[in-house]
Design a protein around this ligand. Structure first.
Ligand SMILES: Nc1ncnc2c1ncn2[C@@H]1O[C@H](COP(=O)(O)OP(=O)(O)OP(=O)(O)O)[C@@H](O)[C@H]1O
Ligand SMILES: [Mg+2]
Length: 271
């Protein structure tokens, strides 16, 4: 079977200028990040002091057991949720200091987000869902260019024949790919994705992986992905592992930095 062609050679002017990053400085800077939630009488500490920064163009996989705080962290990075204390800076702007309207603006220009649960609008087709960030952005370029980019992205995730379908007519994996295409529409400098291959079979998971790698490489997108998928994590330049709301290891591919990771199950020697 022939796999889809992933070339994304559509370069619409006007859509491409959004959210350009400066040449230096971290794209994401996380300092002393904590998140607690009250549930009845008890306070649950979900994140207990997280520090790291992500350079422009890095591809970082966030790993860790279910409940370790990965989705909570990603939501804080995107400004979808407020930290109890600590800060997140995106491209030099501390988002926790921003008023809601300012935050929405920065978020819209800086971040593409893929939710663990897709969050597609049921009354919009796949194509319309992908175009949603475009509709919400005020300094957008030509509509035709936006539509061309949306079509190219849907094509690249293997959904050429599904553009006019509504979410209910799509499988979980197809909806996930629509969500992924949507996240990249405005060429945001940062894409955050929660389990982007979590509901895909190995063939489609590989397609999505190739798309992510290509966009990371060709568009210089900074990628932070939550994943349990070893195939996906293996391609990341860096892996940050959470346990009980703390970073327990932060390793670049081939080297180990940050806290020493205790050797896991089995011996892994040799490099
Ligand atoms: N609104 C909430 N109220 C209370 N506890 C919450 C809330 N949201 C998350 N939690 C708890 O915080 C912890 C971290 O949740 P989170 O969703 O970040 O985990 P995760 O690492 O993404 O897990 P998974 O791999 O299953 O998606 C979990 O123990 C969860 O039960
Ligand atoms: Mg999660």
């Amino acid at each position: 079977m022939k796999s889809a062609d992933f070339s994304l050679d559509v370069q619409p002017r006007g859509v491409g200028s959004i959210g350009a990053a400066p040449a230096t400085g971290a794209m994401i800077e996380v300092r002393g990040l904590r998140k607690s939630l009250r549930t009845g009488a008890a306070t649950v500490e979900i994140l207990r002091g997280i520090d790291f920064s992500v350079a422009r163009g890095e591809f970082v996989a966030i790993m860790g057991a279910s409940g370790s705080g990965k989705s909570t962290l990603l939501g804080l990075l995107a400004g979808l949720d407020n930290p109890t204390s600590g800060s997140v800076a995106l491209n030099g702007t501390v988002i926790s200091d921003l008023a809601e309207d300012k935050l929405a603006l920065v978020r819209g220009k800086t971040i593409g987000f893929v939710f663990q649960s897709y969050q597609l609008i049921p009354t919009l087709t796949a194509l319309e869902n992908v175009l949603l960030p475009y509709e919400l952005n005020d300094d957008r370029g030509g509509w035709k260019a936006g539509v061309a980019r949306a079509r190219a992205l849907l094509d690249s995730v293997g959904l050429r024949e599904r553009m006019e379908h509504y979410p209910v007519q799509l499988s979980g994996g197809e909806q996930q790919r629509v969500a992924l295409a949507r996240a990249f529409l405005l060429r945001p400098p940062i894409v955050l994705a929660d389990e982007p291959t979590g509901n895909l079979d190995s063939v489609n998971g590989e397609h999505v992986l190739q798309l992510l790698l290509r966009l990371n490489r060709e568009e210089g997108t900074t990628l932070v992905l939550v994943t349990h998928d070893p195939a996906l994590a293996a391609h990341a330049g860096r892996r940050i592992t959470l346990r009980d709301g703390l970073v327990v290891s932060d390793e670049a591919r081939g080297t180990v930095t940050g806290e020493r990771s205790s050797s896991r199950t089995g011996s892994q020697t040799g490099e």
